[in-house]
Design a protein around this ligand. Structure first.
Ligand code: SF4
Length: 398
């Protein structure tokens, strides 16, 4: 059986073919962590019990098989190695996988190539090796500046580890560095949050991602809330922190280019822009998602099941869905509205052959009347009032 790049081997539509000409974001999921954080609902398994060799073999097979099915190697628009904690994988194993990506994709000079790392898992020689292998951006999970709050999150590091990780990354030659921060932690005051932002600024990252904590059923933290051991941050405090983030970071020269993402000029994350613009991406590894040529699919989550599909000569797809035009347009709207620039009218028209107002005229007019959407420079975007209630706006397009 020929293995197509599609989950079920049906060929591309004319529109799908056109999309195939686009560059593709490449994502690699490394689903292992040293320990499970209390709030984590990502797909990650304990590194100590993991079959790392099996993972590396399987993921290289997946990359080669998809690459072969694509015919000519697609052009990578970005590379993002996420997890889990990619830096728990032996560095040479990670480099082997990066080499496999190079064999199946065009990796143009200057490609944004990011690796996620947790502060307690970085070593200078490994970072230098990754830097030499073409990784040029690092994203470090800082989360909070207070060790007591890091303990609430069940993180395996302290603030000093973050400082050391940033120092090592700079010495290894990383000139583009992101810090992930989390607001709305149980017990966190707005002053704590401001001190976290200030501690992050001292480290001079080019990019800061500042998300509000979501306490998801099934996580250890959710259990603690249920048992009354900790109290989630009240909504008004979460909102106060959201405003504090904008105030502190924009004053420090960062541009808020997405609801939760801030960057120095020229340092917006190109890979994440692909997601927010609803453009094509291919994900490799257990639980990785892909969106390519009008199809969307998710890989098997369990590493052993994932590897078994590949060992049997197939692809590790757990579920797939053909994107209809309506869904694709709706997703382009609510993902694009996350960006401060918003949805570009001309880009929408070029992609779908229809004007925004023809498709969403009623919804747009209603949201403009409510003061939640505005027009600027040919883009439709959230107003200041719309930003904190973005989810209400997104629902209009679903
Ligand atoms: S480091 Fe990230 S992926 Fe790993 S357990 Fe913690 S939150 Fe989850």
């Amino acid at each position: 059986m020929e293995i197509g790049i599609y989950p079920d081997d049906r060929g591309p539509t004319a529109a799908g073919y056109a999309r195939n000409k686009m560059k593709v974001g490449v994502y690699l999921h490394v689903p292992f962590c040293r320990r499970k954080c209390a709030y984590c609902d990502f797909v990650s398994y304990p590194a100590a019990a993991a079959d790392m060799d099996g993972y590396v073999r399987a993921v290289k097979t997946e990359i080669a098989r998809r690459g072969a099915a694509a015919g000519a190697p697609p052009m990578a628009a970005s590379l993002y190695v996420g997890g889990g904690t990619p830096t728990v994988l032996p560095v040479e194993a990670l480099v082997e996988i990066l080499d496999a990506i190079r064999r199946s994709f065009h990796w143009p000079p200057g490609l944004e190539a990011t690796v996620e790392a947790n502060p307690e898992t970085v070593h200078r020689s490994d970072l230098e090796r990754l830097r030499r292998s073409g990784i040029n951006r690092i994203s470090i999970g800082m989360q909070a500046a207070q060790d007591a709050l890091l303990a609430v999150l069940g993180r395996g590091h302290r603030l000093d580890d973050v400082r050391e990780a940033v120092r090592l990354a700079r010495r290894a030659g990383f000139e583009s560095l992101n810090l992930d921060l989390i607001s709305g932690i149980p017990g966190q005051t707005t002053d704590d949050w401001r001190r976290t932002l200030e501690a992050a600024l001292v480290l001079e990252p080019e990019h800061i991602a500042a998300y509000s904590l979501e306490i998801t059923p099934g996580t250890a933290l959710y259990g603690r809330v249920e048992r009354g051991e900790v109290v989630p941050a009240p909504e008004d405090r979460v909102l106060e922190m959201f405003h504090a983030t904008r105030e502190v970071l924009t004053c420090a020269g960062y541009e808020q280019y997405e609801i939760a993402n801030f960057a120095r000029p020229g340092h917006a994350c190109r890979h994440n822009l692909i997601y927010w613009r609803n453009e094509p991406y291919l994900g490799f590894g257990p639980a990785a998602h892909s969106c390519w040529q009008g199809w969307r699919w998710a890989n098997e989550r369990d590493p052993a099941t994932y590897a078994a599909h590949l060992d049997a000569g197939g692809l590790p797809v757990a579920e797939s869905e053909k994107m209809d035009l309506r869904t694709e347009m709706a997703e382009t709207m609510f993902l694009g509205l996350r960006l401060r620039r918003g949805v570009e009218r001309e880009r929408f028209r070029r992609r779908f052959g229809r004007d925004l107002d023809t498709v969403y005229g009623v919804e747009i007019a209603r949201l403009q009347d409510q003061g939640l959407l505005e027009e600027r420079d040919g883009c439709l975007r959230l107003t200041e009032r719309g930003l904190p209630v973005a989810n209400v706006v997104f629902e209009e397009f679903l």
